[in-house]
Design a protein. Structure first.
Length: 317
C-alpha cells in the first residue's frame, strides 16, 4: 500500500458515519480496546450536545436509531475499512483534489488557496458538458459556477485554515498569511490538513461532487428542453445564448438541488426549479378564481413542467 493510499484510507476511516460503521465495510480497529477513555469522553460530549446531558432522553434518541449505549460506544471506537465496498466517490474526488494544486497560483485570499484545488477538480469534471453546449452558454456562466463553488466551500474549509493560521501566528508573530496558506495548498500540505480535519475534507469533496452534478443537470435540462422553452416562453423564436446564471436561490431540497435564475441574450429570464409544478399550478388556479370574481389578482404564472423539474418565466410585480 502506497503512503498516499494509506492516508486516504485513514481519512475514510476517521470520517465514517455511525451508519457506515454498522455495515460490513468497517470493523473496530486493533487499537479499539485502548480507546476506552477517549470513547467515554466522546460519548459524554455526544450526550451533552444531543440531549443537554440528559442520559434518559439520549437513550430514547438512540433507540429510535436502533441503538443502545453499548452499540453506540462500539461505533465511537477507531475503525478499520475492510475494503469490501466500492471506494466512495467523494474519496476518489479527494484523491484527485490533492493533485490539482496548480490553480493556487491565481487566488487572492488565503481561504481560496484551499478552495482552488476543489474548483479545479470541478472545472475538469464539467468540461465535457461545457464543450458540448458550446455557443449556447457564455463563458461567464461557467465562471459564475466556479465562483459560487469557491464561496460555498469557504464554510467547511475556514475552520481548519483558521486553526492552522492561529497556531502558526503564535509561532511566527509577523506571519504572511497568504504565503502560509499557499504552503498548505500542496499535495503534501493538503493531505496533512485533510487527515487532521477528515470530516471537513469529506464534506468539501462530497459537496463539490454534488455541486457539479446539480449544475450539469441544469445545463442538460436546458439543452434537452430548448425547443419547448422557445415555444412556451418566446413565441417559438430562438432565445439566444445563456449569458447569466444565479445559483442557490432557495434552500437545498431534493438531494441538494436548489432554484436557479437564468438570463439569455434575448433578455428572456427563466427560473429552473428542481421539482414538479404543484405549487405553481395551485397559484395560477387561485389567480383565475380571483379574476372570475372581479378581484384584483397577480398575473398567472407561465410555466413548463418537465419530468423532474419546472421552468417558470420571471414574474414582474
Amino acid at each position: 500500500m502506497t503512503p498516499e493510499l494509506r492516508d486516504l484510507i485513514e481519512i475514510l476511516e476517521r470520517s465514517s458515519t455511525l451508519e457506515e460503521r454498522a455495515g460490513e465495510a468497517f470493523s473496530p480497529s486493533d487499537s479499539a480496546a485502548l480507546d476506552e477513555a477517549r470513547v467515554a469522553a466522546r460519548y459524554s460530549r455526544w450526550i451533552a450536545r444531543a440531549a443537554g446531558g440528559d442520559s434518559e432522553r439520549f437513550n430514547s434518541l438512540l433507540a429510535r436509531r436502533g441503538l443502545n449505549p453499548t452499540l453506540a460506544k462500539r461505533r465511537l471506537t477507531g475503525q478499520t475499512w475492510r475494503g469490501g465496498d466500492a471506494t466512495p466517490a467523494w474519496l476518489a474526488c479527494l484523491a484527485d483534489v490533492v493533485h490539482c494544486t496548480d490553480a493556487v497560483t491565481f487566488v487572492e485570499r488565503p481561504i481560496d488557496c484551499l478552495a482552488a484545488p476543489f474548483v479545479a477538480y470541478a472545472r475538469q469534471s464539467i468540461e465535457a458538458t461545457r464543450l458540448r453546449l458550446g455557443r449556447h452558454v457564455a463563458a461567464e456562466v461557467w465562471q459564475t459556477f466556479e465562483t459560487a463553488l469557491a464561496r460555498w466551500l469557504a464554510f467547511p474549509l475556514a475552520g481548519p485554515l483558521g486553526l492552522e493560521l492561529r497556531v502558526q501566528a503564535y509561532r511566527t508573530p509577523k506571519l504572511d498569511r497568504m504565503r502560509f496558506a499557499q504552503s498548505l495548498a500542496t499535495s503534501a500540505g493538503l493531505t496533512r490538513l485533510f487527515k487532521e480535519n477528515c470530516v471537513a475534507a469529506r464534506w468539501a469533496a462530497a459537496f463539490t461532487l454534488r455541486s457539479c452534478e446539480r449544475f450539469v443537470e441544469i445545463m442538460q435540462a436546458l439543452e434537452r428542453d430548448r425547443a419547448k422553452l422557445a415555444e412556451r416562453f418566446h413565441g417559438g423564436r430562438e432565445f439566444g445564448q445563456l449569458v447569466n446564471i444565479q445559483l442557490g436561490l432557495s434552500d437545498p431540497h431534493h438531494d441538494g438541488r436548489a432554484v436557479a435564475r437564468l438570463r439569455f441574450s434575448s433578455s428572456l429570464t427563466l427560473y429552473f426549479k428542481p421539482r414538479r409544478h404543484a405549487t405553481e399550478t395551485r397559484f395560477t388556479e387561485l389567480c383565475g378564481w380571483l379574476g372570475a370574481r372581479s378581484i384584483d389578482a397577480p398575473s398567472p404564472l407561465i410555466t413548463l413542467d418537465a419530468i423532474n423539474h419546472l421552468w417558470m418565466a420571471e414574474v414582474k410585480w
